[in-house]
Design a binder for this molecule. Structure first.
Ligand SMILES: *Cc1c(COP(=O)(O)O)cnc(C)c1O
Length: 387
């Protein structure tokens, strides 16, 4: 009886329908499915964080409405963590906001700065929410392709002047999901200069900033002098502390940009549960060896899978960060065909690259979110396929 709004009808088609069907079919047949599709760590939240959350749950003062901007104590914990990690100073009162996971803020942010008809520059392949947030705000997405030729970085000089003059936000995401690409502080400096020149907001999604390997350490865009005038950075405790279910993150950056986001949040949500924020404080200010341990585990899996895939003749981009591998599909297949064959014949679920955007065609993404023994099992099954 009721038709969905145009914005819902304009949502991109859910490209994993066929994949989900094949996955269900394989399970129904009794196949032992190895799911390397989901970007959700299999490891539990570290016990000291859970304990802090439990204690906080008992406190009656946490049973009331929180504030949309977040507890001052959490924002102060962010300031301290940010100073230790990136050497950047932040004002907890105006330059930090607590998020209910970074996804809600990525989706909400354009509502604060985009008018109908404005352009938002969005990388592709990418996390789908940059485009969807734009769509919900009535903006127009202009896609910036990430390809192997440009090291999976957008070519800013290729954006037509007409588009640039209407553009309000430039989304970037490094370490990158799904391509695993990383960047330097120098590249961030170029982006900040470009944004100043064209009066653009740079919105940087830093969800994977703490999962890095091989001596590489991801920078924050806020390390660039003057970046706060044009940049806002979205952080998440989800991947770093294995807290995807708790829903907590934060955004940091220029006071004006943070204020815009807080104003939207004031009007659509009432903030993050304070017990979760207290768990977040324990995560950010407590011992960081749990993060080193998460890195060690993902690094071990990364090495096993990388070496195994290369032995089988796959072309893989050795990731310096994230818990993914971005791999070329073998010659003669589309991404969808290859992924379908992996489920049907080997019970292995991976994500077709084109599901993240057209330039992802010809690739697939592996999430290292199962144990080493299961990855070895997957490699054995791949070898038996004789591709
Ligand atoms: C996982 C992820 C997020 C956000 O996760 P939250 O749990 O909402 O904080 C954001 N961006 C990318 C690219 C991700 O992969």
């Amino acid at each position: 009886m009721f038709e969905f709004s145009e914005r819902l009808r304009k949502l991109p088609p859910y490209l994993f329908v066929e994949l989900d069907r094949l996955k269900a079919e394989a399970r129904a047949k009794g196949m032992d499915v190895i799911d390397l599709g989901v970007g959700d760590p299999d490891l539990p939240t570290p016990p000291h964080i859970v304990k802090a959350g439990k204690r906080a749950l008992e406190k009656p003062e946490n049973h009331h409405y929180p504030s949309s901007v977040g507890m001052m104590a959490f924002r102060e914990a962010v300031v301290e963590w940010f100073r230790n990690r990136f050497g950047v100073e932040l004002d907890p009162a105006t330059e930090v906001v607590t998020l209910i996971g970074s996804k809600e803020a990525i989706a909400h942010f354009p509502l604060a700065f985009v008018n109908p008809g404005d352009v938002v520059l969005v990388p592709t392949p990418a996390y789908p929410v940059y485009h969807i947030g734009t769509l919900f705000a009535g903006g127009e997405t202009y896609y910036l392709p990430l390809t192997a030729e440009n090291d999976f970085k957008p070519d800013l000089s290729a954006i037509p002047g007409e588009v640039l003059s209407r553009a309000r936000i430039l989304w970037i995401n490094y370490p990158n999901n799904p391509t695993t690409a990383v960047v330097t502080r120098e590249w961030f400096a170029e982006v900040v200069a470009f944004a100043r020149e064209h009066r653009l907001i740079v919105a940087h999604d830093a969800a994977y900033s703490e999962l890095y390997y091989d001596g590489y350490v991801p920078p924050s865009i806020l390390e660039v002098p003057g970046a706060k005038e044009v940049a806002i950075e979205f952080h998440s405790l989800s991947k770093t502390y294995c807290m995807t279910g708790w829903r907590i993150g934060f955004a940091v950056g220029g006071a004006e940009l943070v204020k815009g986001l807080v104003t939207v949040k004031n009007n659509v949500d009432s903030g993050c549960f304070q017990a979760v924020q207290e768990a977040g404080i324990a995560a950010l200010t407590g011992p960081q060896d749990c993060v080193a341990e998460h890195r060690r585990i993902f690094d071990e899996r990364r090495r096993v899978m990388l070496e195994g895939l290369q032995k089988l003749g796959f072309e893989v981009y050795p990731p310096k960060a994230t818990f993914y591998l971005w791999v070329r599909v073998p010659e003669g297949y589309t991404s969808a065909e290859f992924c379908a064959r992996l489920i049907k014949e080997a019970g292995i679920v991976v994500t077709p690259g084109n599901g993240f955007g057209e330039p992802g065609e010809g690739f697939f993404r592996i999430a290292l979110t199962v144990g080493k023994d299961r990855l070895e099992e997957a490699l054995g099954r791949l070898a038996a396929l004789n591709l």
